[in-house]
Write a protein that binds this ligand. Structure first.
Ligand SMILES: [Zn+2]
Ligand SMILES: [Zn+2]
Length: 94
């Protein structure tokens, strides 16, 4: 399940809104360089990992060529640190 809410940077104190996590039918990937997110449709195997339906979709950011990953947190918009934590949840989605 994913969430949308408020995040805080532990390095500079900046607060910003971001989404994190995927849903039942997709994973949320984010670019290591620009932090744009991309929803990637996934297949669920019972008791197994989420498998992207189209693995090619998940490798690269089309804007900056950064690597897309689903295991990193939102990046601070101000100082680009990923030392961030969620301080408020507005919406749960799946
Ligand atoms: Zn920061
Ligand atoms: Zn990017």
């Amino acid at each position: 399940m994913g969430t949308r809410g408020k995040w805080k940077c532990l390095d500079c104190g900046h607060e910003f809104a971001a989404s994190d996590g995927g849903g039942w039918l997709f994973s949320l990937y984010r670019c290591v360089k620009c932090d744009r997110t991309k929803e990637v449709t996934t297949r669920h195997e019972v008791g197994g990992p989420l498998i992207p339906l189209n693995p090619k979709e998940t490798t690269m950011c089309k804007w900056y060529g950064g690597e897309l990953r689903d295991d990193i947190g939102p990046m601070c918009r101000k100082c680009k640190s990923r030392n961030t934590e969620q301080i408020e949840i507005d919406i749960f989605y799946d």
